[in-house]
Design a protein around this ligand. Structure first.
Ligand SMILES: [Zn+2]
Length: 339
């Protein structure tokens, strides 16, 4: 049951939620969303300081020329729920314009030359989740997801004995943010017709992490990005039982524990020296950690090589890092054995 005081706190957070929400998803098959009126265009975030970890930026207009065209702008839609107990969440989400204000979504809006517009929707789904609908080109975040994540954030706060009131809210924001980027990954694969070998669910988990860690300019410190990713990774363990049936082993998603360690590996791989404590804390095994820097490099390079050719004229890849990823040379560490 979702208690009223918690709902109020959640809604307060959503109202001030410039700092990213997201989530990973189960993509409920029965969930649905309706198309709606397009939302007005979104201003590109400006005054964001470039950092070496970023590889894409808005292209500067030539002297005396208009700014180069961006890709089709995203649309945002908040559908009213049928259930009275989701009404307040809906109102607050709509009032906060939550989806439009997710930092990475803002950063990606207009970045790619998509063949059609991509729409972000919040809706009542009848179950927890978020999903991408290819036919309609819509990323849907369910109101039930916001409620459940908040409850899990509260539980985590209780179990860990964390002081202060903001942990459940930060947990919701971080998880929602990763979930929406995961679904955005499915959308980019579909709309840009990107080739993906292997399991697409794993690939878009990687992409969500890379989008947060390395790709777009976000008005956040690296520490904030890492903290958000680590909270999102924790959510992947929320249904962990350690014992699974054949359905779980055969599912399109990897087990939550595996998704957790995959994400931890990418975080660790950005700077093994800085995150050495993750191995000591058993957030990673020493065996996996040894290859994470290389894994992060290879995964980043693969996604950048897939995505950069689809930048709209209004954006450009820049810097040594982009050149390195676009270079056809052999990335360092390629001589390591594959098993
Ligand atoms: Zn997925």
């Amino acid at each position: 049951m979702f208690l009223k005081p918690c709902l109020g706190a959640l809604c307060a957070a959503l109202l001030t939620a410039a700092a990213g929400c997201a989530s990973v998803s189960g993509e409920p098959p029965g969930a649905r969303a309706k198309a709606g009126a397009p939302s007005p265009g979104v201003a590109r975030p400006d005054a964001v300081e470039a950092s070496p970890r970023h590889v894409v930026r808005p292209a500067a207009p030539g002297a005396g020329k208009a700014a180069p065209a961006t890709g089709p702008r995203f649309e945002y839609l908040y559908l009213p729920p049928l259930s009275p107990d989701l009404q307040t969440i809906y109102e607050r989400v709509r009032e906060a314009d939550l989806l439009r204000r997710l930092p990475a979504v803002q950063a990606l809006d207009g970045m790619f030359a998509l063949p059609r517009r991509l729409r972000y929707i919040t809706a009542e789904c009848g179950e927890f989740g978020a999903f991408y609908q290819p036919g309609a080109a819509e990323v849907v975040l369910c109101y039930e997801t916001l409620r459940t994540l908040y409850e899990r954030g509260q539980e985590r706060q209780r179990v860990l004995g964390l002081v202060g009131d903001d942990h459940p809210l930060r947990y919701v924001r971080a998880s929602v943010r990763f979930m929406v980027l995961h679904e955005t990954g499915h959308a980019l694969v579909d709309l840009l017709d990107l080739p993906v070998t292997g399991r697409q669910e794993d690939a878009v988990d990687q992409l969500a992490a890379i989008l947060m860690l390395r790709f777009a300019e976000l008005d956040e410190t690296p520490e904030e990005v890492i903290e958000n990713l680590r909270l999102a990774a924790n959510w992947l363990l929320s249904d962990s039982t350690g014992a699974y049936n054949l359905d779980a082993y055969a599912a399109s998603h990897a087990l939550g524990e595996q998704r957790y360690f995959n994400l931890q590996c990418l975080i660790y791989g950005t700077d093994p020296e800085r995150f050495a404590g993750m191995v000591a804390a058993r957030d990673l095994t020493p065996g996996r950690a040894a290859g994470c820097e290389r894994e992060m490099r290879l995964v980043s390079r693969a996604w950048l090589r897939l995505l950069l050719p689809h930048l709209s004229p209004g954006y450009e890849a820049y810097g040594e890092e982009a050149r390195r990823y676009l270079d056809s040379g052999v990335p360092a560490g390629r001589s390591a054995a594959m098993h």
